[in-house]
Design a protein around this ligand. Structure first.
Ligand SMILES: Cc1cc2nc3c(=O)[nH]c(=O)nc-3n(C[C@H](O)[C@H](O)[C@H](O)COP(=O)(O)OP(=O)(O)OC[C@H]3O[C@@H](n4cnc5c(N)ncnc54)[C@H](O)[C@@H]3O)c2cc1C
Length: 503
């Protein structure tokens, strides 16, 4: 089996979670894999590197939530130990501390979503507002991540969804919209209701422990990608940074035979794209062969969102209650998070001062600011949350601007997102914006789609063993029953009512 695969060449484009996942599995199956990455390091949005002063920085800090089963399984396989223990988080507004989350798996398990509602410690939000979320449970049951459910909910904005289900203005402003700003990187009026329900279910609502999170004890680049890339290279794959792909060569049988990268052409029996939305749009713009297909031309209808990642070194220790914190209400359409890196990263444990990562999502208005303006604003915002920052002095900083970096799950965008199988027989898609039915999001989804694309290559080239992909934990029994009843009523409705109204 392996011998057959050895002669088959696979080119993977993009070295984020998706591309590395696909490359690793195919290399282990004996394929001759070349991974082409435009940037100077592997890792994609999760890449980490060192400043000229030798300090570790990264394009935003990344959490790993309880349901990231496939990533946790990879970590076990790699025999590395990159993570903190489960951490508690808090939420702040300009009024101060708003919410504290426990470690949900340590508390008696209740049928979902009771644990989330009962154990989360809201400091200010009245019970009546929290109870106004109850009718929304119907849509949580109705949205089962099927294609039909995506088509029903994707044209609606998250704000309309919450309004239609009677969510109070305060609950929306102080709980749901902040979650959207950090989970889907956009305010409610700019988020698809389908993506909202999918994201909230995966990270918070499906099971009590889902919101529990661990962080890397250093940059993900150093703690996970470095040892992983070593393993990938040992398995025989070539990882080539600073290689920007611009086109594909397609033969008369609808097969890709090569990948164009500047003046070079890499021969291919199969190709996997593992590139974000913005990168993919750029490849299409330079690729006559991709432009020949409507599915690729239509990608220009998709959008991405600006993000800003800052790391500040302060001259003294400032006491911070929780290591990870989300903040809302500082800017109308921007959410932000801050992390106590002295608590999370080994490198900063003994540091005399305080090291903070503060990341801003939907940060459009900040990207043109000078570094000084950004640093001043971050310190002011931090002081609002933790007054001890007022007296502290910033002694070093790193500002990373990430224009059009993360996928925008805009209302109506689902129809333009691509599934893994393209109209080219041996070209496959992966990444956190690809349509699949696994149910995961973000890094876990990107990694899963990489494995799914690898499995399609294996089936296309008829050689190797498919990667095992762990499904998300099944719905709890009462949700399964509610979904069944809802589906039956839906089917019944469909059989007697004409197909007349909007879905
Ligand atoms: C600030 C921030 C915070 C985040 N926080 C979290 C979090 O806490 N938890 C979580 O799970 N997720 C988080 N995410 C989302 C997460 O980073 C992404 O979902 C995930 O990294 C996507 O991986 P990917 O492999 O799909 O794509 P990417 O990581 O975008 O990788 C695509 C790669 O393709 C390369 N590429 C582009 N064009 C070309 C070309 N023409 N030729 C060759 N290569 C090309 C790019 O350079 C890049 O390396 C966060 C994202 C950001 C920006």
């Amino acid at each position: 089996m392996i011998q057959e695969a050895q002669s088959k060449k696979v080119v993977v484009v993009g070295a984020g979670w998706a591309g590395l996942g696909a490359t690793y599995h195919l290399a282990k199956q004996g394929y001759d894999v070349t991974l082409l990455e435009a940037g100077p390091y592997p890792g994609g949005l999760v890449a980490g590197w060192q400043t000229t002063g030798g300090k570790s920085v990264e394009a935003g800090i990344h959490g790993f939530w309880y349901p990231y089963r496939n990533i946790f399984s990879l970590i076990n396989e790699l025999e590395i130990n990159p993570f903190t223990t489960w951490t508690r988080s808090a939420q702040y507004s300009p009024a101060g501390l708003e919410v504290e989350s426990p470690i949900f798996q340590d508390l008696p398990r209740l049928p979902t979503p009771l644990g989330t509602f009962i154990y989360t410690q809201f400091q200010r939000l009245p019970l009546i507002d929290r109870l106004s979320a109850l009718p929304l449970l119907y849509s949580v049951v109705d949205f089962d991540n099927s294609d039909a459910a995506w088509r029903r909910y994707d044209f609606v904005t998250a704000r309309e969804l919450f309004k239609d289900f009677g969510v109070s203005a305060r609950l929306y402003k102080e709980a749901f919209e902040p979650m959207l700003l950090v989970g889907l990187f956009a305010p409610g009026e700019q988020c698809s209701a389908a993506a909202t329900l999918g994201m909230l279910y995966f990270f918070i609502l499906a099971h009590q422990a889902d919101f529990d999170v661990v962080w890397c004890r250093g940059t993900v680049g150093e703690k996970i990608f470095r040892p992983w890339v070593e393993k990938i290279e040992k398995a025989g794959a070539k990882v080539l940074p600073k290689h920007r792909v611009t086109d594909l060569i397609i033969d008369s049988n609808n097969q890709a035979t090569g990948v164009v990268c500047g003046d070079e052409v890499f021969e291919a029996d199969a190709v996997i794209f593992a590139v974000g939305v913005t990168g993919m749009k750029k490849i299409v713009a330079s690729s006559p062969s991709l432009q020949s297909r409507p599915e690729f031309r239509n990608l220009q209808n998709l959008g991405a969102i600006d993000v800003l990642a800052t790391r500040l070194w302060f001259d003294r220790k400032v006491e911070i209650k929780r290591p990870s914190n989300a903040c809302f209400g500082f800017d109308d359409t921007t959410g932000w998070t801050f992390f106590d890196l002295n608590a999370l990263h080994d490198e900063y444990k003994q540091e005399e001062g305080t090291v903070i990562e503060a990341d801003f999502y939907h940060a459009n208005q900040f990207l043109t600011w000078s570094d000084e303006e950004i640093v001043g604003t971050v310190q002011r915002y931090l002081t609002t949350c933790v007054p001890g920052f007022r007296e502290a002095k910033v002694i070093d900083s790193s500002i990373i601007r990430l224009p059009q970096a993360v996928t925008h799950f805009a209302p109506g965008s689902y129809r333009y997102m691509l599934p893994a199988q393209t109209s080219f027989a041996n070209v496959f898609m992966s990444g956190d914006w690809i349509v699949n039915r696994h149910g995961s999001w973000s890094q876990e989804k990107a990694y899963v789609t990489g494995l799914e694309a690898a499995n399609l290559v294996i089936s296309n080239l008829a050689s190797g063993t498919p990667a095992e992909i762990l499904p998300v934990e099944p719905d709890e029994a009462h949700i399964q029953v509610a979904r069944k009843v809802n589906q039956t009523v839906r089917e019944l409705g469909k059989s007697i009512l004409p197909d007349f109204w909007l879905p």
